[in-house]
Write a protein that binds this ligand. Structure first.
Ligand SMILES: Cc1ncc(COP(=O)(O)O)c(C=O)c1O
Length: 531
């Protein structure tokens, strides 16, 4: 169905509905919204010689045409080059230029974790341009708009609200598609994020700093609500974009499954016992839905103890950058989540220091006899990845997992983004210097000493409580975004109730149809680009 148009009336309607789209959980409606704008997008991208990879190609890069794959050799992984769209997947090798047979990962040994279960960390750093897998989410959120005629790359501005990585991904994708991107993020995020943005935006005004730090997401929404009044701004809100859920279910889920099959090839007794993911937008945790459907895997959502929204409806400040934003995103499939695990940012900041400096590394290798290659891999693990590792250890302890129970988790970004945070932490806590005794204290307290505190196994009532937080949160009640979110949430609840179960799966119900439809749109889009 083709509806709407480029008339002033249609544009006004478009602008109005974009506010709705900030919150609509069923964003990916199976219809072309504006045929004229879709044709304009095809034309524009054809002229720019941009071909869009399909979600299936990104889930399984073996499907990428050989000619495209081999043309990538001359392009650096961090260049703003349209060909880097073809590297937006989990199968990049360690130097991020070529393709690996198995997604990059590290298996952490018992000497490090203190538990028998292998803890497997997938490395988001290998994604192009931003060194974090959030570029995949950004691509997924923009592409459905292009193929349905909801985004005109000639004149629309893509607005990317985020705490840093999603908006960097969005700016990278906007730039290589030749359209305008605007990053909206809290002013207190790591310096490295801002340095990167300065280099990539076409106009410094396209970096909008909102008050606060990691958990000040409401302030980001306030700014977006303001920006949405301009009809040329298209707000791509990762917290409610169904595409964010879908791409992680489809691509990230497949990547984890691939790594697990690879490990099972070495030990047929392995079972994929748990998937652990700290939630920001709750996109990545969607991979758990796929893994659970295939392996019965338990899904654990991680948050900062300093901002315990899922654990006890609380809020607060913390430094696990990228996660825990004082609310439950609409796309979080809460009713399929099994555990919530709280991790202190003192643990992740301390481990960032332990693994990131020479003193800590020499302690780990010399005193603790950890394989130097494993220690080096921590270059590829940022603060939220460290929090995920701590949470995975808590899960192993809590559920008394054994040597065949594999726990999988993710390092969304790398330590490269947190050198400044390491310096801040050193200055705050170790003003007189940091030595091997301090390294030993960190190891004992934040690795060896991990117990299963702040772990909640969710009952049906717990899930309902958390789900209901996605509808109303006291801290957000006056924001326009939340008013919209509230009405959307009640319609989701009504919808799910009419299926006979309360919020059984607020987003999962429809994804096979949406995926099929999207594949058809992308194919039609690609063929019109070639004509
Ligand atoms: C560093 C980091 N870790 C974790 C997350 C959370 O991932 P998700 O938004 O998919 O839940 C993000 C999200 O931006 C992030 O930037």
């Amino acid at each position: 169905m083709i509806s709407g148009g480029s008339s002033p009336e249609g544009r006004r309607h478009g602008a109005r509905s974009r506010i709705g789209h900030m919150t609509s959980p069923f964003l990916m409606r199976p219809e072309i919204i504006d045929g004229n704008r879709r044709r304009a997008a095809v034309e524009y991208l054809r002229t720019a010689d941009v071909v869009l990879p399909t979600f299936s190609e990104l889930a399984d890069p073996a499907l990428i045409p050989t000619a495209i794959g081999s043309s990538l050799g001359s392009v650096g992984p961090d260049e703003p080059n349209r060909k880097n769209l073809w590297r937006v997947h989990w199968f990049n090798d360690a130097d991020r230029r070529g393709r690996a047979p198995v997604p990059g990962h590290v298996v952490l040994p018992e000497a490090l974790t203190g538990v028998k279960s292998p803890i497997v960390v997938l490395l988001g750093r290998r994604f192009p341009m931003i060194g974090a897998h959030k570029v995949l989410a950004a691509y997924a959120c923009l592409v459905p708009r292009l193929v349905t005629g909801e985004f005109d790359p000639r004149q629309d501005r893509a607005v990317w609200p985020s705490t840093g990585n999603y908006c960097r991904g969005g700016i990278a994708i906007s730039r290589i598609l030749g359209c305008r991107g605007v990053a909206v993020l809290p002013t207190g995020m790591s310096r490295e994020r801002f340095d990167w943005l300065q280099e990539w935006v076409s106009d410094p005004a396209d970096i909008i700093r909102t008050p606060g730090t990691e958990s000040n997401v409401k302030e980001i929404y306030d700014k977006c609500a303001e920006l949405a009044d301009d009809q040329d701004n298209v707000i791509l809100n990762q917290f409610s974009e169904f595409a964010n859920y879908l791409i992680h279910y489809h691509c990230t889920g497949a990547a984890f499954d691939h790594v697990f099959s690879h490990l099972k090839g070495m030990n047929s007794d392995y079972r994929l016992a748990a998937f652990v993911s700290a939630t920001g937008s709750a996109g990545t945790i969607a991979a758990g839905d796929l893994l659970k459907s295939r392996h019965g895997t338990k899904i654990a959502a991680v948050e900062a103890i300093e901002c315990p929204t899922m654990l006890c409806n609380g809020y607060g400040e913390h430094n696990i950058q990228g996660i825990g934003d004082k609310h439950i995103p609409l796309i979080h499939n809460v009713m399929n989540t099994d555990l919530v695990v709280g991790v202190s940012d003192l643990a992740s900041d301390s481990l960032n220091l332990l693994f990131g400096g020479n003193v800590g590394r020499s302690y780990l290798v010399g005193r603790r006899k950890i394989d130097p290659d494993v220690v080096r891999t921590f270059d590829e693990i940022g603060i939220s990845g460290l929090a995920n590792i701590v949470a995975a250890i808590k899960v192993a302890r809590h559920l008394e997992f054994g040597a065949d129970d594999v726990i999988m988790t993710v390092a969304t970004d790398s330590a490269l983004l947190y050198a400044s945070e390491r310096q801040n932490f050193l200055a705050r806590r170790y003003r007189d210097g940091f030595d091997e005794v301090n390294a030993g204290e960190i190891f004992s307290r934040h690795l060896e000493g991990i117990v299963d505190d702040h772990v909640l196994e969710l009952t049906h009532v717990d899930r309902k409580r958390i789900f209901n937080l996605s509808a109303v949160h006291p801290a957000a009640s006056r924001c326009r975004f939340w008013q919209d979110a509230q009405s959307d949430c009640s319609s989701v609840q009504r919808e799910v109730e009419s299926h006979g179960k309360f919020a059984a799966c607020c987003v999962g119900l429809r994804h096979p149809q949406v995926l099929q439809r999207l594949a058809a749109w992308l194919a039609a889009f690609a063929s019109s680009q070639k004509q």
